[in-house]
Every structure is written in structure tokens, then in C-alpha cells.
Design a protein around this ligand. Structure first.
Ligand code: PSU
Ligand code: MN
Length: 315
């Protein structure tokens, strides 16, 4: 392991080398491995996604906290360990200090992954879905720290939009309030994870890696802003589950959530699990397809942005 400028953060040598040379790197989160998908699909997905990032010309860096050390880039053994070991904490940004202090193991959410990526200079990150404003948040105050992180941490997050376990309209409102640029790749509709549409329009639209890279360049290098960027990448049409079909399943899952009194950090993992169970795995197939698609788009973006930055280096 190469050390990094930050104590308690360890960067895999291949990743450190790419960063030192301005080569493209794509961060990948680990909550999707430990809490978002069942074994063995989770470890297969994580391995395959790293391969897709490589095939598109970038270096993958899956991020997690292992025994109190923040790891940027995991070896295949570490990845397998994380996918199979019990007692892995779901970690958002505020959990990082506790994990380090107590020497614990945690899988990082979008928020915590963004923060660790930014600490070592990674600018592009691929995931499935981001967290957001939960339905009923007016009473529960349950708004994901992913939104806070997007407002303060300069990483572009490629997701398939926002899952309708959340209040999508309120999530978009909150992102606007927080000053987070939101663009949809190649569509005029804001996607809702399993579906290419959500009934809401795309706040802004761009088409393809070069246009998206220009947006990253404008945000950080030309305007000097420090926000994250939310890039919504619709699921491929062939893999889509129609909104009304998945909607019924999600409504039932939300009823179960209420009936069982699940709250706090357990809400999102509970809903994700129930949706998979109730669709007999069909949603898992769609989930895998969109994660693959996001990994390819993020890698293309990382390559295009790295090229753009090199071309604009001061002489
Ligand atoms: N949505 C998904 N799949 C996921 C998650 C969200 O469709 O795996 C995970 C991500 O790691 C995300 C986290 O950052 O859940 C959000 O959790 P919370 O709502 O507790 O902030
Ligand atoms: Mn929450």
C-alpha cells in the first residue's frame, strides 16, 4: 500500500500512480456491495464494474474503510472480504472519524465515498442511485447526507437518478437550494433508477462524455466552484422496468417500513432489500444493468476530462 498525504487514508499503488500522472480514475462506492445487493451478486457486480472501468480506459478505485484505514482502491481479496464479512457498518461522512478511531470496518455511502475520493484528488465517481429526500421528510427530517456532500465536495457523481423510494421532486428542489448542478446525460427527462422517466423534466441536459467533461471543466477549472455535480444517466431502454410496475412494489415496501417502525440509517437498506425480494430478483437484473452503464459512462467521462485538463494546462 502506498501511503497518501492524509494519515489514515491508504491509496492502492495503481490508483496513486494514475493520480500522480493525471490519468483517469473512477471512484466506486461500497455500500452498494455490503447493503445494496445480496451475496454473491454484490462481489460479482463489484468485480465486473471494475473491469468495465478498465475496458473504458480508466483506473477503478473502490472505496471502503477496513479495520480503521480508509482504503482508496481495494485488492480482489479486500473486495471479497468486504462482501462476505459480517458487521460492516454503513458509513456516511460523519461516520468516518468513528470508524478510524475505533478501528472498525465500514462500507461507504455516496457521501463518504465522495469525501474520500476528493481527499486524494479523484473527480469522477460511478454508483447506482444517490440518496435524497425521503417521502414524509416533512415529519422525519430524513434527508440523505449525500445531498449535503454534493453541495461541498468537488466530485461528479454518475447515477441512474433517484429511486422512487424517495420523494424525487423534493430531492431535485433540495439540490437546487444547495447549488448542486444536475444534468441528465442524453435525455430531457429526469430518470428514476429503474425507469428512464420520473414524470419530472431534466433540470439540464448534456449529451455524451465530451459535453459532460466540459461541464466539469467549467465548474471547477473555469468558474472555481467547489460543488459536486450530479449526472443522471438513464438506465438503457432494454433493461428498464416501467414506473407503474415498480411503483406498486415500492408502495408496498413503504407500508412495511411503517408497519415495522424502521427509521434512520436502516431505512434505505430496508427498502432496497424489500424491493429485490418482492420483484423476485428482477429489480436486481435492472440494478446490475444500470450500474454497468454508469461505470462505462463515468470512465468515458474521466478519460475526456483528463484529456481536457491536460490540454488546458498552463504553459
Ligand atoms: N440507493 C440505491 N442503492 C444504494 C443506495 C442508495 O438505489 O445502494 C445507498 C448508497 O450508498 C447511498 C445510500 O449513498 O444508500 C444512501 O443512504 P441514506 O439514505 O441513509 O443516506
Ligand atoms: Mn437517512
Amino acid at each position: 500500500m502506498t501511503s497518501s498525504p492524509i494519515p489514515s487514508v491508504s491509496v492502492l499503488p495503481e490508483v496513486a500512480d494514475a493520480l500522480a500522472h493525471g490519468a483517469p480514475v473512477v471512484a466506486l462506492e461500497s455500500t452498494i456491495i455490503s447493503h445494496g445487493m445480496p451475496f454473491p451478486q454484490n462481489v460479482e457486480m463489484a468485480t465486473e464494474v471494475e473491469g468495465i472501468v478498465r475496458a473504458h480506459g480508466a483506473v477503478p478505485a473502490t472505496i471502503a474503510v477496513l479495520d480503521g484505514v480508509c482504503q482508496v482502491g481495494l485488492t480482489p481479496e479486500q473486495l471479497h472480504h468486504l462482501a462476505t464479512v459480517g458487521g460492516v457498518f454503513k458509513a456516511t461522512t460523519r461516520d468516518l472519524p468513528w470508524l478510524v478511531a475505533s478501528g472498525s470496518t465500514g462500507a461507504t455511502t455516496v457521501a463518504a465515498t465522495m469525501r474520500l475520493a476528493a481527499l486524494v484528488g479523484i473527480r469522477v465517481f460511478a454508483t447506482g442511485g444517490i440518496g435524497g429526500v425521503h417521502r414524509g421528510a416533512a415529519h422525519t427530517f430524513d434527508v440523505s447526507a449525500d445531498l449535503t456532500e454534493l453541495s461541498i465536495t468537488p466530485v461528479a457523481v454518475v447515477s441512474a437518478g433517484v429511486k422512487s423510494i424517495l420523494d424525487i421532486a423534493l430531492t431535485l428542489e433540495r439540490l437546487e437550494t444547495l447549488g448542486v448542478p444536475v444534468v441528465v446525460n442524453g435525455s430531457d427527462d429526469f430518470p428514476s433508477f429503474y425507469s428512464r422517466t420520473s414524470g419530472l423534466p431534466a433540470p439540464r441536459r448534456l449529451d455524451g462524455a465530451d459535453q459532460l467533461a466540459a461541464m466539469l471543466h467549467a465548474t471547477w477549472d473555469q468558474l472555481g466552484l467547489h460543488t459536486g455535480i450530479s449526472i443522471a444517466n438513464p438506465i438503457p431502454a432494454a433493461d428498464e422496468i416501467p414506473a407503474d410496475e415498480i411503483g406498486a412494489v415500492i408502495t408496498e415496501a413503504l407500508h412495511e417500513l411503517d408497519a415495522q417502525g424502521v427509521t434512520g440509517q436502516d431505512v434505505t437498506p430496508f427498502l432496497l432489500r424489500r424491493v429485490v425480494d418482492r420483484t423476485e430478483g428482477r429489480s436486481l437484473v435492472a440494478n446490475l444493468a444500470l450500474v454497468r452503464n454508469n461505470a462505462a459512462t463515468a470512465a468515458d467521462l474521466a478519460v475526456a476530462y483528463s484529456r481536457l485538463r491536460r490540454a488546458n494546462l498552463p504553459a
